[in-house]
Design a protein around this ligand. Structure first.
Ligand code: TGC
Ligand code: FAD
Length: 405
């Protein structure tokens, strides 16, 4: 899509997004002024720059790469990272609210931001050397650079510990071989945080930059989901990476899994955003759509759907709010995060399906966001740990028994 086409779309669809969020339990009263400011500024940005173009981008399977800089400007990259390293210096509730507003628009847009903030900036900040932090974080925070996170491999998804991507020492360099699959942002990324095993079989994080010889990022085609986000592979064919690009602060699988805690937390809020958008769309449609001589919102069956949606949204909002506070206090456990990610994505996908039905035939078109959200959420329920993997994490927490193997 050309820049001219995008700005034309923006012009004709300007001001058409009247979204406001449901707040049945007055949760806004629990947020600070700063939280509300962050939420409202991301919301205004979405209405102005993203809502007018998102449907067309998804229909055309087009990643609007010009928004990377904008997302940096509006503070969506690493809001929870300290300001001195290019982040926003905000707390985890602000981070969650930003993800909620982005995914209210589209899960793919939230993906771009949560990969950048939680899976690229976060590991560099937490496990990187001072030199790595100074070199990469400000440019990632501002959107001057885009990053991606390579954990999943063609043969190792839910079980990343089986990874075969590896590196061997060669003087002041390492030689990296292997491949990663299903990597968000990969085709457009300037750098990748890659998890690979050293010669002792220990997982380490390695920063691989675009342009390093033997490193390619082929795009993944034919997706029916996250069509406004780009996904690809990371292929390493004897890539010589300077040793100084290895993250010194962590060894073992807990490195990537620690990053996932932050990203999964953001998804809990994000999925809630998608659910709220579907609910709002269904509520408005039901009030306007006349059948049998009255608005369909007057029929009990439609009211049941709306009531159940609002109930689940309200419960999910409370989960997010409480988990956000636990994150701020450094007390949130991986199992608590799994519960939130699993529950909120599940309720969002159910709400998207019900909302799709409430729109009748119109629900399958791009005139309403519900089918796009529904299809996006099929990825969200799979990545960052599938629905069943999070159930097993909870199962192990409850029983002490490992049912993965
Ligand atoms: P296990 O033996 O349980 O653990 C290995 C080490 O890791 C520690 N650990 C954690 N540390 C921090 N946070 C967590 N959540 C942790 N979970 C485990 C653990 O304590 C241990 O440490 P240590 O010091 O004893 O070595 O590992 P396992 O091999 O049995 O696997 C456990 C399992 C299955 C739960 C884990 O591998 C898993 O979560 N699998 C799902 C994989 C996954 O989520 N992949 C996501 C890829 S990234 C992605 O999808 C991005 S999409 C982004 C977007 O577009 O938004
Ligand atoms: P598998 O692990 O093969 O699972 C297949 C099925 O088996 C699932 O239903 C699963 O729940 C089930 N299963 C697996 N093990 C067990 C078990 N022990 N017990 C019971 N059931 C089990 N990864 C990255 O590293 N970086 C990214 O940026 C990234 N972005 C992504 C973007 C998209 C659009 C998608 C779709 C995926 C992305 N992923 C990314 C990969 C994602 O994390 C994996 O798809 C996910 O972890 C599942 O792995 P898999 O697809 O190999 O499925």
């Amino acid at each position: 899509m050309t820049k001219e086409e995008l700005s034309h779309l923006k012009e004709i669809k300007k001001g058409q997004d009247s979204y406001d969020h449901p707040d049945f339990y007055n949760l806004d009263d629990l947020f600070s002024e700063e939280h509300l400011l962050v939420r409202d500024s991301v919301r205004s940005y979405v209405k102005k720059e993203l809502s007018p173009i998102i449907e067309d981008c998804a229909q055309r399977n087009y990643f609007p790469s010009h928004i990377v800089k904008q997302l940096g400007d509006v503070g969506c990259f690493g809001p929870q990272i300290p300001v001195e390293y290019g982040g926003g210096g905000l707390d985890y509730i602000s981070y969650g609210l930003a993800m909620q507003e982005l995914e209210r628009c589209d899960s793919g847009i939230r993906s771009t931001a949560s990969v950048q903030g939680s899976l690229v900036m976060y590991p560099i900040h937490k496990f990187g050397s001072e030199e790595q932090k100074r070199k990469y974080l400000p440019k990632l925070g501002s959107g001057e650079m885009l990053g991606c996170f390579g954990l999943t491999e063609p043969d190792h998804g839910s079980n990343p510990n089986g990874m075969t991507t590896n590196f061997k020492e060669d003087g002041d360099h390492v030689i990296l071989n292997g491949a990663k699959m299903w990597i968000s942002n990969a085709p457009e990324a300037d750098l990748a945080v890659v998890w690979a095993k050293n010669e002792e079989g220990i997982v380490k994080g390695v920063i691989v930059e675009r342009g390093m010889e033997g490193f390619t990022t082929p795009e993944t085609h034919n997706k029916w989901s996250l069509r406004a986000s780009c996904t690809g592979e990371l292929v390493f064919d004897c890539v010589r990476v300077p040793k100084k690009n290895i993250l010194p602060g962590v060894s073992g699988l807990k490195g990537p899994l620690t990053c996932l805690n932050s990203a999964r937390y953001g998804i809990s809020w994000g999925a809630l955003g998608a659910a709220m958008d579907c609910y709002e769309s269904a509520r408005k449609y039901a009030a306007e759509r006349i059948q049998f001589g009255k608005p369909i919102s007057g029929f009990q069956l439609q009211q049941k759907k709306l009531s159940e949606m609002l109930t689940e949204i309200t419960k999910a909002q409370l989960v997010c709010w409480r988990l956000g506070n636990l994150m701020n206090e450094g007390k949130a456990t991986p199992a608590q995060i799994s519960l939130a990610k699993r529950n909120n994505v599940e309720i969002a996908i159910q709400i998207a399906r019900e909302a799709r039905q409430m729109h009748g035939g119109m629900g399958i078109t791009g005139d309403y966001p519900v089918m796009r959200h529904m299809m996006n959420l099929e990825s969200v329920i799979t990545y960052e740990g599938t629905h069943d993997i999070h159930l097993l994490i909870l199962g192990m927490e409850i029983t002490g028994e490992n049912a993965f193997i």
